[in-house]
Design a protein around this ligand. Structure first.
Ligand code: PMP
Length: 366
């Protein structure tokens, strides 16, 4: 394990992203011989008792970590969070009904656009005009809205909704739907206040290939359009996410990651995430050459976005950091600069290496 850690780069990619080293090692073992079956996890039937057990345990781990009540069902689907952008309105929004959206980033915008195919969309607030550098707090919610959709963490812009703001919105809205792709299981929260949660796995809870969906089964069946089988949450609930062949290897990686999350505990994970983010924001805030791009009060614990005032130093900084084994910090093209994604699996000493690199680079420029 030590050797493995030493060989690794310090991975700040936004997703697919860093995994706990023990998850990668165990996944490697299962590629050779899964659960003592003499078969690879890549080769075994999803109908085998060994794989069904993985699926069941993964589902139970999500239930347990989120402390879900009996109305909430857990699904492992395919098609990424992007498929949930249309699957949610297809299942929940009638053609004359309105869904509300907090337009806090590109992904939220895309979710809103897809809803227009099925019903009406109301933008409850937007920070689009200012390149989504903050979370607007003045929300307009029409009484008649069917559900409110929010993106809890805006991966590209490094902004995040606080848990208290989310609870405030939950109290005001009818059904609450959340895209938690980039901060699921990063902090403690009342998960039962959501009627539907979706998250691609490849940032905080596994590898690319599956999307976790948690849905309150009581909200289903209220639209009268025909829904193709593969896009109907009710069928996936009935068939335990095995209506068709699931993305079995990706389910297995999420299962291992969920076990790791349980072992660490959400409370400890949250505390560590706060410490990691604070270290980075402090060094950026006290710098004369770097600056953060998100408003202070909305800064994300998961994606720390920053720029360098003198743009001609950008490439130099990227080279400087890559020489120190730091990868994946180039910012998204619409924001520019840098983005350090510090998901659950990023150890504190990984963040320390980036903090030191920022300081050292700045000293060199002085
Ligand atoms: N929502 C958020 C918040 C994201 O960060 C992303 C991807 N980065 C998506 C949705 C889209 O996810 P996918 O590529 O899995 O469809």
């Amino acid at each position: 394990m030590k050797l493995f850690r030493r060989m690794k780069k310090i991975n700040f990619y936004s997703g697919p992203a860093i995994l706990p080293p023990e998850v990668v090692v165990k996944a490697g073992e299962a590629i050779q011989n899964f659960a003592g079956t003499g078969l690879s996890i890549l080769e075994i039937s999803h109908r085998s008792k060994e794989f069904i057990q993985v699926m069941e345990e993964a589902r139970n781990l999500v239930r347990e970590l989120m402390d879900l009540d009996k109305d909430h069902e857990v699904l492992f689907l395919q098609g990424g969070a992007s498929s949930q952008f249309y699957m949610v309105p297809m299942n929940l929004l009638g053609k004359d009904e309105t869904a509300c959206f907090l337009e806090t980033g590109q992904w939220a915008h895309l979710a809103m656009e897809e809803a227009l195919t099925f019903g009406k969309a109301h933008i409850a607030c937007s920070s689009k005009e200012e390149n989504y550098r903050f979370i607007p707090k003045n929300i307009s919610l029409p009484d008649s809205s069917k559900y409110l959709h929010l993106t809890t963490n805006n991966t590209i812009y490094g902004t995040q909704l606080t848990t208290s703001f989310i609870s405030q919105l939950a109290a005001q809205s009818s059904w609450l739907v959340a895209d938690m792709s980039s901060d699921i299981f990063s902090r403690q929260m009342d998960f039962n206040q959501f009627d539907l949660i979706y998250a691609s796995a490849q940032k905080n809870v596994g590898a690319a290939g599956i999307t976790i969906v948690v849905v309150n089964k009581n909200i289903l069946g209220t639209v009268d359009r025909p829904i193709p089988k593969m896009l109907d949450y009710r069928l996936h609930i009935e068939r335990d996410s095995m209506y068709n062949t699931p993305s079995s290897f990706a389910v297995y990686i999420s299962y291992l990651t969920l076990k790791w999350i349980k072992q660490q505990g959400l409370k400890a994970i949250e505390e560590r995430n706060i410490r990691k983010a604070r270290k980075l924001y402090e060094v950026i805030d006290s710098s004369k050459i770097f600056e953060g791009t998100a408003d202070d009060e909305d800064q994300s614990l998961m994606n720390v976005c920053f720029t360098i005032k003198d743009k001609s130093l950008e490439e130099k900084f990227l080279k400087f950091t890559s020489e120190r084994g730091i990868v994946g910090i180039k910012g998204y093209r619409t924001v520019g600069g840098f983005r350090a994604s510090i998901y659950n699996a990023m150890p504190e000493d990984g963040v320390d290496i980036l903090v030191d690199a920022i300081k050292e680079f700045e000293n060199k420029q002085a």
